[in-house]
Design a protein around this ligand. Structure first.
Ligand code: ZN
Length: 150
């Protein structure tokens, strides 16, 4: 990765960590799932508002490291207006980007989420980045129990 691109990515991550998007409770949420990453101590509660199979609103509460906060902030932005199927596709792409073996992963496919591609070089941080998405996956499957990355 080019250094200037890496700097840009880090700037986006810092920005989302400093000013998390959709950091609020949805009182009448249709889905609410708690996620926990014991390796790092990241905790979040994800809220989704659904209209049929479309995610009309997404928000979160909780506290975690910069990577986990930026990841869930970006995720709540990007899944808004998406169908469950589209969100599931993004989950799989995000998972492939952060944990897959493909060196030539197409970053354009994931849009803004590409800023987190660098975590694949830091195995200890991968779960910080994927916690939000595992929690979303549980919410889309309508699970009620809290999820843990361990
Ligand atoms: Zn973390």
């Amino acid at each position: 990765m080019f250094d200037d691109l890496r700097d840009l990515y880090q700037e986006v991550i810092f920005d989302h960590n400093r000013n998390p998007r959709n950091f609020r409770i949805i009182e009448d949420a249709d889905r609410k799932v708690e996620g926990f990453n014991p390796l790092c101590g990241d905790r979040l509660t994800l809220y989704l508002k659904m209209a049929g199979n479309v995610i009309t609103d997404a928000s979160f509460q909780g506290s975690g490291c910069a990577i986990s906060t930026a990841s869930v902030s970006l995720m709540t932005e990007i899944v808004k207006g998406k169908t469950e199927q589209e969100a599931d596709t993004l989950f799989k792409q995000f998972h492939e980007m952060t944990t897959g073996k493909d060196e030539h992963f197409n970053l354009e496919a994931v849009g803004k989420l590409a800023v987190l591609a660098g975590v694949r070089e830091y195995p200890a941080r991968v779960k910080c980045a994927t916690l939000a998405w595992h929690t979303l996956d549980a919410a889309l499957k309508n699970q009620q129990e809290a999820i843990s990355t361990e």
